[in-house]
Structures are given as C-alpha cells and as structure tokens.
Design a protein around this ligand. Sequence first.
Ligand code: 4AD
Ligand code: MG
Length: 477
Amino acid sequence: MKKFTVAELLSSTNYLTEVTLNGWVRTFRANRFIAVNDGSTINNIQCVVDFENTDENTLKRITTGAAITVKGTLVESLGKGQNVEIQVSEIKILGDSNPDEYPIQPKKHSLEFLRENAHLRVRTNTFSAVMRVRSALAFAVHKYFTEKGFYYFNAPIITGSDAEGAGEMFGVSTLDQNNLPKNEDGKVDTTKDFFGKTTNLTVSGQLEAETYAMALGKVYTFGPTFRAENSNTTRHLSEFWMIEPEVAFNNLDDNMDLSEDFIKSVINYTLENCKDDLAFLENRLQQEEKTKPAKDRSEMLLIEKLNFVANNNFKRVSYTEAIDILRNCKPNKKKKFQYLINEWGADLQSEHERYLVEKHFKCPVILFDYPANIKAFYMRLNEDGKTVRAMDVLFPGIGEIVGGSQREERLDVLKQKIADLHIDEKELWWYLDTRKFGTAVHSGFGLGFERLVQFTTGMGNIRDVIPYPRYPQNAEF
Ligand code: 4AD
Ligand code: MG
C-alpha cells in the first residue's frame, strides 16, 4: 500500500481509499481520536480508532510523542476543523513515548524551556512552522539567484584572512593548548600548526567571492559564518548563515536594486508557499502581542507586514540625511537614546536604525554613503574623500538585515587604505591581484539568513530560528 503524508491526505478527496500513514501522536482523546502529525504540514490528521476492537495495551501506548503506523480508510469528516479523517483498521506502535518523561506535552511551553530542549522543540507547532519557513526561504534564495544567472560559489570556511577586519574570529588550531610550541621570541610558533600559519573560521566569504565575480560575473555564497563577538542580543549568533552575492560591473545603485528585489522575491515565495505556517505564526504572534503594553504592539499583523515589505519601495537615505533626522528627533533631544547622536561620523546603533525604520519612515530603509572610518577597508571611497559607497538595509523589528557596498576597485586607493589601517598587505596579495589584472567596478552585500527568517516568521529571538543556536557560553547539542 502506498505511504501517504498528512499533507497529501488532507488535500485529497479520494474518499474510501485504503491508506497507510506514519507519524507521531500529538494528542489522543476519548480513547478514540488521535491527532497525527508527520512534519509535512502544520496540520494534523484525525485518525479515528475503533476502540472496541483494539486491544487495551495498544490503546494505552497511544501517547503524545509516540511513533505509529496507521492503516485505514480515508473518509469525509463530519467533525469541524478538517475535511477528511482516517477510519483506522490497524494501528501499530513503532516507538513508545513515556508520558511521564516526555518534555513536550500538548500545552504551552515557554521559548526558554524549549531552547533547553532544542533537540525536541521542532516537534511543536511553532518550531516546525519556523523550520519549514526557513527551509522554504533557503530554497527561494537558490531559486532567485539561479534564475537571475548567478553561480553558487562556496567560500572556504577555514581561512587565513579577516575579511571584516574586526578581529572577531574563532581560531582553528590542532596545537596542544597545554603544550604550545614557542619560537625564539617566546610567542606561539604557528608554523608548527596544522596549516603552518594562523587560521580562523570565516566571518565572511566576500573577499573570495570577489575573486570569482571577476571571472564568473555574478556569484553568490550561502554558507555558515562565524563571529566571536560577545553580543548577547536577540539579533546575534556566534554561528549564522550568510548569503553574499557579488556582481562584476554593478555600482552601488545596482547593488541596492538587487538587494531590494532579492528580499522581496524570497518573502513573496514564502507568502505563496507557506500559507498555513505563516497563518499559524501570525496567530501565535497576535497572542504574544496581547501580553505587551499597547504602545509596544506592532501596528501590522505578520502577513500584512510581509505583504507591505514585498509591495512597497524601500526608502533610500544617505547617512548624512539620516544623521540630520536623528540629531533633531524627539528621543535624541529628550535624551531617550542610550547613545545620543551629536555629530556627523557617529556609528549608528540598533536603536537609531529602528527609530528611522519604525518611527520616522515606517518602511524598510536603505542607508548609503557612510563615513569611511566606521566601515571596512574594501569599500569604495567617494569623491568627497570622507564617505564610502556602503549600504545597509534596515528592517522593522530587526534593524540591519543587509550590509554591503561597492568595492574599491582602484589598486592605489585600496593599497593606501590597507596601509592606513595597518593591515598586512602581504596577507591580501591574492585579493590585490584582482585589482591588478582586469579590475572593474563591482559590488555585493551580505544578508544574515537568520535575521531574514526572524523577520519572516515574526520570532522575537534569533536563537529560535536556527536549529541549534550558538552564542556565548552555549554550544549544547
Ligand atoms: O554587515 P556585515 O558584517 O557585512 C559583511 O560581512 C560583508 N562582508 C557582506 C558583504 O558585503 N558581502 O554582515 C552582513 C549581515 C548583517 O547585515 C547581518 O544581517 C548579518 O550579516 N550578521 C549577523 N547575523 C547574525 N548574527 C551575527 N552575529 C551577525 N553579524 C552579521
Ligand atoms: Mg554590517
């Protein structure tokens, strides 16, 4: 007999067909109705047991979390909430789940509790919905770039370069930490290490992606990224996934266009393909919002917010304009910001980004042309000599979701910048080669995948949109 998924059966009208279904018990009530879920959809299928003809021991073993195989007839359902149900003729318990020990009971669990049980939390409606949306978004990313003629490029995970120059890297070493080899100066002799040099986990695949864009034209990365910043926020992970497109001959305007079109496209994909999960998440969020003070509640429901982003232009604002707005805004004048904006050149904090997006413009914002000295070395210097062709896309509830730039393609300007920042030019010889041989205008950006999942699912904490979050003092599982 063909095995069906719950999703297939729920959308079937082939009544009276004999079917087999594997899944897990969500609830069992009145010794008769089993709600079965198999992950194929947020919805459960109701399986009706003929308890008079089922042995008592089997009935006892139908507990929340148990794995079962059900054989039966698909029939039209008279109960409300579902069109079909299965009239069970045979039920087999594949794997028991002791109700006294199983942590995921059919009741509301806190997100904190579920985080401690990250290996089981995907068995809840909330986490299964989030992870299905995450999967759909990942597919939409590959679909978007493939259809636009990009090549998928895999940047190395272990690297000798610090792309962002921020020094927030996790070291990779096989040296015995209790017995480190030393050189004459008393420093660790890294030539004895596995790669014969200092190596780290990558913070960005951008520099390597640039070398590929200089031959393949349009490339993108989509891979794990690591940052050893000690940020205990709802928007930072130590291990996250980043998508980094890099395009030859694109200037900053092209780059902004690409980021906006890309984000809208992947959000639209979920609106079309994750309807049940988004409806569930919207409802969940609505319940959560009710517990907040009225002034902190979101003005839009989740799906409305996604449609709003997908259908409206992002507002493009220069850093200089943004500073003017921030300097004169109420929370700045009333000293409500934690970091007050006094002058041009200030680095923007998340509170400022969110003020611009949520209070001032009330739509996604792309800020561009930032001061050179608060941005990375590879960004193209503007004619004014003090700003660079940087861009950040800012989102409601999230703040920065994308960071990118037009790259400095002029060898002499780039070398000067590297020297000014005391970066070792020898380490970047291969990067500089792209400026020596056939250099050209090019641009790219990085989108934090989890921040996108957070926005799309409405989850408040980034630790709840990746299966096993990594953050300071936590690497369980
Ligand atoms: O702004 P960032 O640091 O930019 C880069 O790494 C560039 N090399 C990208 C490029 O131009 N190719 O990071 C890009 C994005 C951020 O906007 C944010 O969404 C995400 O990566 N991000 C993080 N997400 C989760 N946890 C963290 N610790 C993150 N740090 C950055
Ligand atoms: Mg950034």
